[in-house]
Design a protein around this ligand. Sequence first.
Ligand SMILES: Cc1cc2nc3c(=O)[nH]c(=O)nc-3n(C[C@H](O)[C@H](O)[C@H](O)COP(=O)(O)OP(=O)(O)OC[C@H]3O[C@@H](n4cnc5c(N)ncnc54)[C@H](O)[C@@H]3O)c2cc1C
Length: 317
Amino acid sequence: MTTHAPHTPHSAQGPHAPHSALGPQAERAQSVTLPASLDEAVAALAAMPAAVPVAGGTDLMAAVNAGLLRPAALVGLGRINEIRGWQYQDGHALLGAGLTHARMGRPDFAALIPALAAAARAAGPPQIRNAGTLGGNIASAAPTGDALPVLAALEAELVIVGPGSLGDTGCSQREIPVSHLLAGRDMLRPGELIGFVRVPLLHAPQVFLKATGRTGPGRAVASVGLVLDPARRGVRCAIGAVAPMPLRPLEAEQWVASLIDWDGDRSLAPEALEAFGEYVAAACVPDQGEQVSSAVLHLRRTVAVLARRALGRALTS
Ligand SMILES: Cc1cc2nc3c(=O)[nH]c(=O)nc-3n(C[C@H](O)[C@H](O)[C@H](O)COP(=O)(O)OP(=O)(O)OC[C@H]3O[C@@H](n4cnc5c(N)ncnc54)[C@H](O)[C@@H]3O)c2cc1C
């Protein structure tokens, strides 16, 4: 799946970096530009409509190496300092798209957005986490993207920058819910970049859990991002990897939130936890015809266990 609307094919030549920081495969592209700001990156993409942005390159260069992609030019985002950190804004954190999984996994970030930190720590082996970024994870929109169910549960918004003349910077900006991009309702247009991700700071327990097909690091078979939102007396949950985009079991969320004693110790009867897991699993892994295959039953069981455990942990943290 791609989150970009198709580019117009066009042969491109742009300013060349003296040496590519992206490796020999990248050097096969006709030009590699390494802008130092988002404005410069947007300008470079506008000047070279066939250029492809690359951040950590963990997804993009794998596609190049597999012969699936032959970008005419690359715009590297790795030198743009403004998107490598985060700042606070009106009860939210504005996360730079260039934050690596390794950076998000550190304790200071985990204190801020624990579920996103947990997802970052689970995103592949260390060399992938050192290079792979939040923006790349979102733009790739792989069903197994670990950050995605967390961002869906947090109802994060994306700050998209692109060519235009709005604002002081010469770039235009627009904001869309991450769920709209992941569902393909609002794609990245040619020349646009994910600049930032706006995430509410909920100051309440949140959990990310992932089941893989084997022990050790691996892609998710199913994952869950679950956050408590005491101010809105809400439970928000998204299931990853079981569909092309994270799924929100809205009825299950509302049902279980109505059972929680938000002013007390937030305890929940074990039967209610169990029922929540089953409710989420039935919503996210529905029957496909009269004969339910053992694979579907197994996936449903996995989702039920993940959802039950995630809520149990959130309520007892
Ligand atoms: C061996 C291996 C294991 C992996 N395991 C996991 C895993 O367990 N969990 C997981 O979630 N992921 C995993 N991944 C996938 C990958 O590491 C992540 O998706 C990573 O976050 C991608 O980020 P990147 O910066 O490397 O993206 P890139 O490869 O640089 O780019 C990916 C795509 O996003 C676009 N893009 C990048 N940044 C932007 C931006 N700011 N705005 C617009 N478009 C942009 C690029 O044009 C490209 O289309 C794995 C990958 C490998 C190779």
